[in-house]
Write a protein of this length. Structure first.
Length: 66
């Protein structure tokens, strides 16, 4: 079974995402390396990408069955 990007993160009750294992996110034209222990809120960004919003979109897409 293929691993989902959200498997490397835990979402807190406050909506912030914490990386629990190092992961490389594939984003159009970018590879973004995220270290374990880093936490991302809705407006925090890395290399111009809002990581928490990317993770939320991944969950929304999965719920929609896409």
């Amino acid at each position: 079974m293929q691993k989902r990007i959200t498997d490397s993160f835990v979402r807190g009750l406050d909506g912030r995402w914490t990386c629990v294992e190092a992961v490389t996110l594939k984003y159009p034209a970018k590879l973004i390396q995220v270290r374990a222990g880093t936490t991302w809120g809705p407006e925090d960004s890395l290399m111009g990408v809002k990581i928490a919003k990317l993770l939320e979109a991944s969950i929304d897409t999965r719920r929609a069955g896409l």
